[in-house]
Design a protein around this ligand. Structure first.
Ligand SMILES: Nc1nc2c(c(=O)[nH]1)N[C@H]1C(S)=C(S)[C@@H](COP(=O)(O)O)O[C@H]1N2
Ligand SMILES: [Mo]
Length: 316
């Protein structure tokens, strides 16, 4: 029986038959290598501003679907971080001026043991592991990123959420001296995001403090950012200074800017078009051809149960 896009038991294999999947991957792999060679021939070995999206993926780091990690140059050179700039390739040079030490993160609200952690405490207390995750931006591009981090659940357990806590709210730093984008009045700064507590406690949900085995580049949200791989990229809030446990669903920056376009859940869902564009396909940075977007970004087996019985058209 054919499953509909919002069937919580949907798996990637239900959407793309395995044989098509493997052939397409093989084709794309060859395409990516081809592009890498073209880029080298045309522009020399140095990675220049205009070719970050064409640098070769790292075939020594694969996600669990067998896809290679996007190049470090692209991950650290093509960024959304509106506190700095709306220009993806302008973010990294501006963010280089952000100071990420000292850094404190307050974890507070409906918890028994509120605590302000120094970034050094966090690095010492929570052992980090590498997780190779897909990241799918709501704009229609994606990357595969080898994060270093630890489950958000570890830090939440440390502060002991009370029985009334239902949601987690996250707040980014506002550093006017280094973040010229804060002067853009189109956005209600600070950048805020939120998760339901069970989403926040899910083992896939990470606090990342690094990537490619190194410290997090500033432009990727140093010194610590959220990573929620089954949701659109904007949920993965950067440079966090506050984590609050709440009873009510928190407002988020994007849902207050455009509530009809960016819902609280924002699960990757190829069947739910953005009001202004389709979400059925995506451009994997470093690849030539667009590929199909997968329900819950390919993590349905682990996370669909969180939304059992929910109408994903209403709770988008
Ligand atoms: N504070 C903050 N967090 C943010 C953003 C932002 O503008 N400000 N952009 C979001 C969006 S739209 C995406 S796609 C990802 C991009 O993460 P990356 O640059 O590490 O790939 O960060 C998200 N987190
Ligand atoms: Mo995004």
């Amino acid at each position: 029986m054919k499953k509909t896009w919002n069937d919580p038991t949907l798996k990637p294999s239900d959407i793309t038959p395995e044989d098509v999947y493997i052939n397409r991957r093989h084709f794309l792999k060859m395409g990516a290598i081809g592009l890498g060679v073209v880029a080298l021939t045309a522009c020399g070995v140095e990675t220049t501003k205009n070719e970050v999206g064409q640098t070769e993926p790292d075939y020594s780091k694969l996600d669990e679907l067998g896809d290679p990690a996007t190049s470090f140059e692209a991950i650290a050179g093509y960024n959304n971080f509106y506190e700095f700039s709306l220009g993806k390739e302008e973010v990294a040079p501006l963010a280089a001026k952000m100071t990420v030490r000292p850094w404190e993160v307050a974890v507070e609200g409906m918890v028994n043991r509120p605590r302000t952690f120094l970034i050094e405490d966090i690095l010492a207390m929570f052992p980090r592991e590498e997780r190779v995750y897909r990241m799918r931006c709501v704009e229609g591009w994606s990357m595969v990123i080898p994060w270093l981090g630890f489950p958000l659940a570890a830090i939440l357990k440390e502060v002991e959420p009370t029985s009334e806590a239902r949601y987690v709210r996250f707040v980014s730093a506002t550093l006017p001296d280094s973040m010229p984008g804060l002067r853009n009045p189109a956005f209600p700064w600070p950048y805020t995001e939120g998760l339901r507590l069970d989403e926040a406690m899910h083992d896939l949900t990470l606090i990342s403090t690094g990537l490619y085995g190194k410290e997090l580049p500033n432009q990727n949200g140093a010194p610590l950012r959220l990573v929620v791989p089954w949701k659109y990229g904007f949920k993965s809030i950067k440079s966090i200074v506050k984590i609050q446990l709440t009873a009510e669903q928190p407002d988020t920056l994007w849902s207050s800017v455009a509530p009809n376009e960016y819902g609280f859940y924002s699960n990757v869902n190829p069947g739910k078009p953005h009001p202004r564009w389709s979400q059925e396909t995506e451009r994997r940075i470093g690849e030539f051809k667009r590929r199909e977007t997968i329900m819950f970004n390919g993590y349905a087996e682990s996370v669909a149960g969180l939304y059992a019985g929910m109408d994903l058209d209403q709770y988008f």
